[in-house]
Structures are given as structure tokens and as C-alpha cells.
Ligand binder design. Structure first.
Ligand code: ZN
Length: 448
């Protein structure tokens, strides 16, 4: 049985020294503290659970850094979306698979061991379904297999361009299903996910813009007990459109009209009143924060104090995949709060480590929203990351997580997903082959 010996580790009960973790068939077999290493143990400096990334649109990694030129008018989310549609419309299945494999490799190198893929690029370039309607889902699954990241596939139901059931616009033609066709896609997706190690299937009604109330009710049972993810209240424009169509704000509408509970992950939930934020916390839903994307797109700032003060939960996702960094996403959660409140150390309770508090929230929220390890404990998935602390030997163990997140002096050295060691010395074990295929796909796209 493989075993890891850590000088320090973050366990559910707190930091511990001289920790020996045995791995058994993808899960953690046993955890001992205060013990010496045994011959053959893998030795690491600082062992943490790896974190589940709750939200990604893999194909958008291809346009990272290519939409940073100011447009002629007010440059906002909606102008970015127009560019994103144009880019998405040019990608074939082979491009999507190559880009997703690169992305998932980068996520593993960052310390994520599972991805919740909110997958909506379903159809061929002209909007017609592929001969195999799950063609694109299969490409996402293949990329997860190649990289080794655990996949929570969240096929997206998308039917309309705006509130009131308006017909989709041409740029959305690759995303669209009716309910019958979507149910057939979900059947195929269930078969696909059943063959993946640790595969999980959920469902993702895209947003209240793209899904009517009746459709939202119809797609929930298709999750079959799995997670339900939805974009909500990312932009003030969306709140205004909901108010004018329904006379009610989006989060308020959702809490009144859908059975929002622990199975739900509300992506962004940026623009909420105090009452909405309390309602989200009390529902048990996880808020899927995407801090770097929300900053990049100028979305706004999450009501952290109200949600967390009322027992609410959050996980982190990389959404547009503009930058792939776990420490950076956690740092941005805190920095957005500091900038808006003109305070320091906002998220942690008095006397607590901000880095550790951010990390533990993202760990618990991520596992609740998409699955994956909840901590280093027997029976949990062997999703682990080891920090290399050697460059900063003067930093004490109880500051190591803060140092990683805020100063980047500590780095992610080793990552396991489901007990498989996929990142060694900071580098994915198949980096060269995956990166070469990504480069070829991107050059092909750029020349197309
Ligand atoms: Zn998103």
C-alpha cells in the first residue's frame, strides 16, 4: 500500500506534525500523526487536501488574454461575451479536447484535483447536433482522462436569449436544446460519466435568462440526485432585465420558485440584497465564486460578510479560465473584500489565519458542490497536494498557507487525484505531450 509521510499536514482537526497517510484504491486508508516515516514512504513537506474547482467553461481557455483591448464604447461583460461567442463558434471537437486537456493539466498543477465542467458548447458550428449528440461531452471526458483530473460533468440546458423566453440569438446556436433533446444528451452523459474514475454527473440550467421557469422545473430531475448548478446575478444588467420582466430580482425569484438546497451551486451570486444573501446562506446552497473571472469581467463584489455571517458556504471556480491558479483565486476573494471595505483580513474570524480560512471554505464548498475530498481522513478520496516549503524555511508551519496564498513563496509541488500522482515537482507527468497538442490546436485556430 502506498503511503505519504508529511512533516506537516492540514487535517480536519487542524495542523499536525509527522503525519503518515496510506492510500488504498483511490481513497485514504489511514491517517497517523506523530509517527516516523517508514522505508518506501513518499516524503513531503506540507500536505493539504486538493481542492475541487466548481466552475469552468473549458473552451474559453483558448481566448485567455486575447480580449484585453478596449472596445469603442463602454467595454463590459456583454462586449466580452460577443467576442467569446465568436471564438467559441470557430472551435471543432479536436480543438476543444486539446484545449481542455491543457486546461485540466494546468488546474492539477495549481492544486485542483476535480473540475466541475459547466459544459454548453454542444453542437456543430452551424448549430446542428453532431451525429453523436454527446460528441463534445465525450471530448471533455477524454480530456479529463488524459490529464487525470476527476470530472463532474454538468451538461448545460440553454434555450433562450433573455427573460421572457425570447428566442436564442445566432451566436448561441451551438448551445441550444429543447427539453427532449436535452434529456437524450443527459442519458448519453450518464453512460459516459459512469465509465470515468470518480465521475459525477449533475445538471446545469444555464441562467434565468436562458431557461424559463417551466424548463427549470423540468431539468432538475435529470440531475438524478446529482448537483444542480446555475449562473445567477453575475451582472447588474441581468438584475435589471429580471426586474423589468418579472418585477423581482433573480436570486429572490429563484429562492421563491425553485427548491434551492444543499444540492445547488449558485455561480457568482454577485448582486444580491441583504435579504437575498441571507436567503442563499439559509438555503444551504454553495455559492460558486469565480474571483479572478469576476474581476476580469468587471462583475462586482460578493456579499461575503452577510453570506458567511449567516452560515453560508462558498467554493471557487475558474469560469472563463483567464488564469489558472488556486492560490490566486483565494487571494482575490479576500482582496475584493479588502478593497471594497478598506479593511484587512476580512474573511477570517478574529485571530484566525486568513489563508487557512479561505482554503477551508473552498475545500468544503468545492466538495459539497461537485464532489471530491472533504479533508485528509480515512474514507475520503485521495485528492491531495503537497507544498514545497524549501524556499522559505523561516516561515513557520502555521503561516505556510498564508504564505502560499499571499506571497507565493511556497509552491505546489505534488498533486494526487483519486490516489494517482499526476504532478511531480510542480510539473504534470504528461505535460510535454499535452502542451504540444494544445500548441498545434491553437496555431490551427489562429490561422483559421
Ligand atoms: Zn460561467
Amino acid at each position: 500500500m502506498a503511503a505519504i509521510h508529511a512533516e506537516n499536514a492540514l487535517l480536519p482537526g487542524g495542523l499536525a506534525r509527522d503525519v503518515r497517510v496510506t492510500l488504498s484504491d483511490g481513497t485514504i486508508g489511514g491517517v497517523e500523526t506523530g509517527v516516523a516515516p517508514v522505508a518506501g514512504d513518499e516524503r513531503v513537506e506540507f500536505l493539504l487536501p486538493a481542492v475541487s474547482n466548481v466552475h469552468s467553461h473549458a473552451f474559453q481557455r483558448a481566448m485567455a488574454g486575447l480580449a484585453e483591448t478596449r472596445g469603442p464604447a463602454d467595454d463590459n461583460f456583454w462586449s466580452w461575451r460577443t467576442q467569446m461567442y465568436r471564438f467559441g463558434l470557430s472551435m471543432g471537437p479536436e480543438h476543444v479536447e486539446a484545449v481542455a486537456a491543457q486546461l485540466y493539466m494546468e488546474m492539477l498543477e495549481a492544486g485542483f484535483s476535480r473540475i466541475g465542467e459547466f459544459h454548453y458548447l454542444h453542437h456543430d458550428k452551424d448549430g446542428a447536433p453532431y451525429v453523436n449528440p454527446a460528441e463534445m461531452s465525450e471530448r471533455i471526458a477524454a480530456a479529463s482522462v488524459e490529464s487525470g483530473i476527476a470530472l463532474t460533468l454538468l451538461p448545460v440546458f440553454y434555450a433562450h436569449s433573455d427573460f421572457g423566453g425570447l428566442p436564442p440569438i445566432d451566436g448561441q446556436r451551438r448551445f441550444i436544446h429543447d427539453l427532449d433533446a436535452f434529456a437524450r444528451l443527459m442519458e448519453r452523459a450518464a453512460g459516459l460519466v459512469a465509465d470515468l474514475p470518480g465521475g459525477v454527473l449533475g445538471v446545469a440550467p444555464h441562467s434565468l435568462r436562458a431557461v424559463t421557469g417551466e424548463e427549470l422545473a423540468a431539468v432538475q430531475p435529470l440531475a438524478n440526485g446529482g448537483p444542480i448548478h446555475m449562473h445567477i446575478a453575475e451582472q447588474t444588467g441581468e438584475v435589471d432585465a429580471c426586474l423589468s420582466a418579472n418585477g423581482i430580482r433573480p436570486v429572490e425569484w429563484l429562492l421563491e420558485n425553485a427548491p434551492v438546497d444543499e444540492r445547488w451551486c449558485l455561480i457568482h451570486a454577485t448582486h444580491m440584497t441583504e435579504d437575498e444573501a441571507k436567503g442563499v446562506a439559509e438555503s444551504g446552497a454553495v455559492v460558486g465564486l469565480c474571483p479572478i473571472t469576476e474581476a476580469n469581467l468587471g462583475d462586482g463584489i460578493f456579499r461575503a460578510s452577510t453570506v458567511l455571517g449567516n452560515g453560508g458556504r462558498f467554493g471557487v471556480g475558474s469560469d472563463s479560465n483567464i488564469e489558472i491558479t488556486l492560490s490566486g483565486e483565494l487571494r482575490q476573494v479576500e482582496y475584493a473584500q479588502r478593497l471594497s471595505k478598506r479593511l484587512r483580513n476580512v474573511i477570517a474570524p478574529t485571530g484566525g489565519s486568513t489563508g487557512r480560512h479561505l482554503f477551508e471554505h473552498a475545500l468544503a464548498g468545492g466538495a459539497a458542490a461537485v464532489g471530491g475530498a472533504r479533508g485528509i481522513a480515512p474514507g475520503e478520496a485521495a485528492d491531495l497536494l503537497a507544498l514545497d516549503h524549501s524556499a522559505v524555511p523561516w516561515v513557520p508551519a502555521d503561516k505556510a498557507i498564508d504564505h502560499w496564498i499571499f506571497a507565493e513563496g511556497t509552491r505546489v509541488a505534488t498533486v494526487w487525484s483519486g490516489g494517482r500522482r499526476l504532478v511531480e515537482n510542480g510539473r504534470h507527468i504528461r505535460r510535454d505531450a499535452i502542451a504540444a497538442r494544445f500548441r498545434a490546436a491553437m496555431l490551427d485556430l489562429a490561422g483559421a
